[in-house]
Structure formats: structure tokens, C-alpha cells
Design a protein around this ligand. Structure first.
Ligand code: FMN
Length: 299
């Protein structure tokens, strides 16, 4: 069967993409050759200036999922570019992920990522806006301002990564598309927390962090379905994917591709297994191309 798929103007050799923050800056991922089965890999988010991240503890298990409050630690775009080898030397197309505290910082980073030769830029709107402290992704106007300022400085395909914490994710998606996004990634982590009953203290230094992994899947799937129902924008699904059948669910909900995140911590080579499982599902269901599945649950 043919596992290639298209995401707007992007052709992906497989519908699997490594999610930002879970395979380092791609070139420094311990198992970089394992990424050759992916259609793309998203490097961890980078800001204009270096961000130190939050103090430990920054990761905590929580049921079948994981809490993180890393605070997007990164070296800043200049240092990131110095460390980045030429994208052609890597076994997978690399997407850059931009963060910032205001629209100008996002644009500065997107310019740097584009100059470094990334195949696409994803804007990570799940960080707080310097002006009002609220996450960009929760506010359609703020999200659109960021996307508009990034659109003005880059011609590479541009994606907006949204948050399941949004009250109305379809409205935010419509706003970022209007501002120039070519695709949306649904979604980032959902807010969560844990408390250590022995110490009576929150498990993360940030207290509230991002919850990811298996329990996020139904929430992310709902986000994909809601956006697909109301828009034709190409969608990348992301949240709790662990099996090939999970991937099929996201495609049926309306995603054209998916990202794998937390699974990499337990199983760095998960992509190969998940792709084989997706192929087995498709063979069993008489599906010849991945594209046949996209959005089919809406018919
Ligand atoms: C440790 C960790 C670090 C992450 N860092 C980033 C990041 O830098 N930028 C970003 O957009 N998302 C980041 N994410 C979110 C993931 O890319 C993904 O959207 C989320 O974890 C949901 O997918 P999953 O359930 O498959 O992990 C991070 C997630 C984890 C667990």
C-alpha cells in the first residue's frame, strides 16, 4: 500500500511525524536513524533569546500519561542555528518550531529557522503572551497576530500548533488560517498536575504542567474532529498515539498526518512499529492509500 500523504502543499513519505520536544533538535536525537520512517520530525521549540526553562522537577509520571513543566528550555535561535547541521545531512525532513513572548519574537525565530533550511515552520502557540500572560492559543486574535507576523517573514509551509485548553478550538483554527497558516497541529498538551502525597507538594516545580500520552488521545481526537467538521484546513493530529490503529482514528477524524510524542520516551523506535501496524490495518480493511481514510468518519 501507499503510505505517502499530502498536507496542503507538503508531500510526506509517511503520515508519521515526530512531535516537537520529544526528539531533541532532531540531529541530536540518540536514535536519529530511527526517524527515517517519518515524513518529518519537528525540532524542539526555539525562542529568540535563550530560555533557561524551569527548575527540577520538570517531569512526572501520571497514570498512563506524563506531566511536563520544562518551560521550553532552549539556547535561542542564534545558538540553535550554529548547532544545526545542514538539513540534507539528516535522514528526515526537519520542521522548525517557533516560540516567543510576542509576535515580533516569533517572527525573528521563524526567519532564523527558514534561513537554516527547515522544510516547514510550526508556531507553538502554547506559551504565554508577554502582554497579558494568557496563552496565545486561547485567544483567536492573539494567535492570528502571531501567525500573521510569521507569515510575513517566511515562504515555507506554516503550521499553527493549538491547545486543547481552548474553549473553541475551531474558532482559533479559523483565525489562524485567515492569518495565513497552511495547516494546524492538534494538539499540544492539556493542563494537568500531580501531588506527591508523601511530601504533600506538587510534583512539578511549575505546579501546573502539560499532560501528554495515552490519556490525551480522546481529547486531541475531539479537537481534530471539531476542526475538520468546520474547515478544510489540512490537519496534523497529535496526542497519545501509541498504535497504528490510533493513527487510523486520527486520519478518520480528519487529520492528514499525525505526530508521535511521549511514546518516544518509552520506545524511541516506535515509528517503525506503528507504521507497520497502520499498514496491517489498511491491508485488512482493503485501504490502498492513507488519503482514503482522511476525514472518512464525517461522511
Ligand atoms: C517532554 C515534552 C516536551 C515537549 N516540548 C514541546 C516543545 O518544545 N514544543 C511543542 O510545540 N510541543 C512540545 N511538547 C508537546 C508535544 O510535541 C505533543 O504536542 C504532546 O506531548 C502531545 O502528544 P503526545 O501525547 O503524543 O506526547 C512536549 C511534550 C513533552 C512530553
Amino acid at each position: 500500500m501507499n503510505v505517502a500523504t499530502t498536507l496542503g502543499s507538503i508531500t510526506l513519505r509517511s503520515p508519521l511525524i515526530a512531535a516537537a520536544g520529544t526528539v531533541g533538535s532532531v540531529h541530536d536525537f540518540a536514535d536519529v536513524d530511527a526517524l527515517s520512517v517519518y515524513g518529518a520530525a519537528v525540532a524542539k521549540s526555539v525562542s529568540g533569546e535563550p530560555w533557561p526553562g524551569r527548575p527540577a522537577p520538570r517531569l512526572a509520571p501520571a497514570g498512563e500519561g506524563m506531566l511536563n513543566g520544562i518551560g521550553i528550555q532552549n539556547p535561542g535561535i542564534d545558538e540553535w542555528r550554529n548547532a544545526m547541521p545542514s538539513p540534507e545531512s539528516l535522514p528526515v525532513p526537519v520542521w522548525g518550531s517557533a516560540v516567543g513572548l510576542n509576535a515580533a519574537e516569533f517572527a525573528l525565530v521563524a526567519k532564523g529557522l527558514t534561513a537554516a533550511g527547515v522544510a516547514a515552520v510550526e508556531v507553538n502557540l502554547s506559551c504565554p503572551n508577554l502582554e497579558d500572560g494568557q496563552m496565545f492559543a486561547l485567544d483567536s486574535a492573539a494567535a492570528a497576530t502571531v501567525v500573521g507576523s510569521v507569515r510575513a517573514v517566511t515562504d515555507v509551509p506554516l503550521g499553527a500548533k493549538l491547545s486543547p485548553n481552548s474553549e473553541d478550538i475551531a474558532e482559533v483554527a479559523a483565525a489562524v488560517v485567515e492569518a495565513g497558516a497552511d495547516f494546524v497541529t492538534l494538539t499540544n498538551t492539556v493542563w494537568g498536575m500531580g501531588i506527591d502525597t508523601a511530601t504533600r507538594r506538587p510534583r512539578l516545580s511549575s505546579v501546573i504542567g502539560g499532560y501528554s500520552g495515552v490519556p490525551l488521545k480522546p481529547i486531541a481526537l475531539r479537537c481534530v474532529w471539531e476542526v475538520a467538521r468546520s474547515s478544510k484546513v489540512p490537519i496534523v493530529g497529535c496526542g497519545g498515539i501509541r498504535t497504528g490503529e490510533d493513527v487510523a482514528e486520527f486520519l478518520l477524524a480528519g487529520a492528514s498526518a499525525v505526530q508521535l510524542g511521549t511514546i518516544h520516551f518509552a520506545e524511541p523506535r516506535a515509528g517503525r512499529r506503528i507504521l507497520a501496524e497502520l499498514e496491517a490495518y489498511c491491508d485488512g480493511a482493503g485501504v490502498e492509500t492513507v488519503d482514503e481514510l482522511v476525514g472518512a468518519s464525517h461522511e
